[in-house]
Design a protein around this ligand. Structure first.
Ligand SMILES: Cc1cc2nc3c(=O)[nH]c(=O)nc-3n(C[C@H](O)[C@H](O)[C@H](O)COP(=O)(O)O)c2cc1C
Ligand SMILES: CCCCC(=O)C(=O)O
Length: 409
């Protein structure tokens, strides 16, 4: 009975293909609520409404209590099609690095301080000349329409409402311009340089036109990892006529690869010459490459193993962080993603020297479960946890979360 939003062309999607995306979203939501026995909840969720639908505030207490992001994961697992679940949650080979990213946080413990005034907490951080309300950023995640019909637009609207920075993937379904226009978000753009530099130039132009001031260059994808879980889904997504890659519309000649196995450090100078955005390298996992990032003039780095989706057997990102922070020595911001599921994970990453953190799957679980509302819930949960954890640990602002607050076991 649940609607299948997995790959276009499936039996359920045939019935749905002529429907307006908003209507599809509403039907998906109602079917799900019906399935969990809370159909009256549909009336309390305001974003999308069918003709004749009235909101009923007295039903508000029936909104399920999402205690943590795992509750959203569970809900998304009931709503989304199997292919979408596998694509979202899967990793390379046996998904060991996916697990390592999460588990490594358990080997770090917090040294809380007492009798510190935590009546007011500031989560603000300075990044690339801007003050962000909080250090929790939405990682670039491709093909978000696969999880919910409103895809990146729902995520971007949630990011604006909840004041989080969002990074738009090169392979977003909606184009960066559509996302910026519809959400009014101040976006960063993640770049997969194509094998054709003229095409890459056009991608950069599109991002700059949409107002992006930061280009996040992903450096861990010379080829796509061995995604055993989900099999050929990614290839199907890249070639899908229905779930288009909005940024490439009209500029990608037949046969042009969207990842470039020939990419080298020279790309940084080329990007400098071809755009005015700050250049942030995403996917650095060693001290040596951190040193090269400085040498070649990157403006920032994101310690990332692509959520365990590229090379299997990489260390968890939190285990990579200390040597990179030491090498960078405060010269440029160091961000981190991978396995962050709790406020305490964010706290630990900040204590180990990260300027900010990015989250991938957690906000997508919210998106898959409830669209924009679900992303908002995911962001509220993580920021709420971080604030409480800062109070309990005795750090009233982000800059006060120093190395002394954590110990490895
Ligand atoms: C479904 C999915 C799609 C992704 N697409 C991209 C992408 O287009 N570009 C990119 O640089 N990283 C991509 N990533 C990696 C994320 O940006 C990020 O590094 C990772 O999700 C962080 O790990 P986490 O999911 O454990 O938070 C993707 C990750 C997922 C789960
Ligand atoms: C070329 C890769 C596209 C999306 C992606 O980065 C992922 O699925 O991890």
């Amino acid at each position: 009975m649940l609607l299948d939003f997995s790959l276009p062309g499936g039996p359920e999607n045939k019935k749905m293909e002529n429907l307006d995306p908003y209507l599809k979203a509403e039907i998906q939501r109602r079917k799900f609520l019906e399935w969990i026995g809370l159909s009256s909840l549909a009336l309390t969720l305001p974003a999308i409404s069918l003709p004749g639908c009235t909101t009923s505030p007295d039903k508000a207490e029936e909104i399920p209590d999402f205690k943590n992001v795992f509750d959203l994961e569970e809900m998304s697992g009931k709503v989304m099609g199997k292919d979408a679940i596998d694509y979202l949650n899967g990793g390379a080979d046996d998904s060991k690095t996916v697990k390592a990213n999460v588990e490594a946080y358990q080997r770090i413990q917090i040294r809380a301080r007492r009798l510190i005034d935590v009546s007011t907490i500031s989560t603000k951080v300075e990044l690339f000349g801007k003050t962000l309300d909080n250090p929790i950023i939405l990682s670039p995640v491709g093909f978000q329409k696969f999880f919910h019909p409103e895809g990146e637009i729902a995520s971007a609207k949630a990011s604006v409402k909840k004041k989080h920075q969002m990074i738009v993937s090169s392979v977003s379904n909606y184009s960066v311009n559509e996302i910026a226009t519809q959400s009014q978000a101040d976006l960063w753009f993640q770049l997969y340089p194509t094998t054709n530099r003229e095409v890459t130039k056009k991608l950069l132009e599109r991002a700059e036109k949409a107002g992006c001031k930061v280009c996040v260059l992903t450096v861990d994808t010379p080829v796509i990892g061995n995604r055993e879980r989900g099999g050929t889904t990614l290839t199907k997504l890249i070639n899908s006529k229905e779930l288009k890659m909005g940024n490439y519309e009209g500029i990608l000649p037949e046969g042009t690869g969207i990842d470039d196995p020939g990419l080298t450090w020279e790309i940084i100078a080329w990007l400098r010459a071809n755009c005015n955005m700050k250049i942030v390298l995403k996917g650095i996992v060693t001290r040596e490459d951190a040193a090269l990032a400085l040498e070649y003039g990157a403006d920032g780095i994101i310690v990332s193993n692509h959520g365990g989706r590229q090379l299997e057997s990489l260390r968890s990102t939190i285990d990579c962080l200390p040597e990179i922070v030491e090498e960078i020595d405060g010269k440029i911001p160091v961000l981190i993603d991978g396995g962050i599921r709790r406020g305490t994970d964010i706290f630990k990453a900040l204590a180990l020297g990260a300027t900010a953190v990015c989250i991938g799957r957690p906000f997508c679980w919210g998106l898959g479960a409830l669209g924009q509302e679900g992303v908002e819930i995911a962001l509220d949960i993580l920021k709420g946890e971080l604030v409480r954890d800062m109070q309990l640990a005795g750090a009233a602002s982000i800059e006060k979360i120093t190395r002394d607050f954590v110990i490895r076991i």
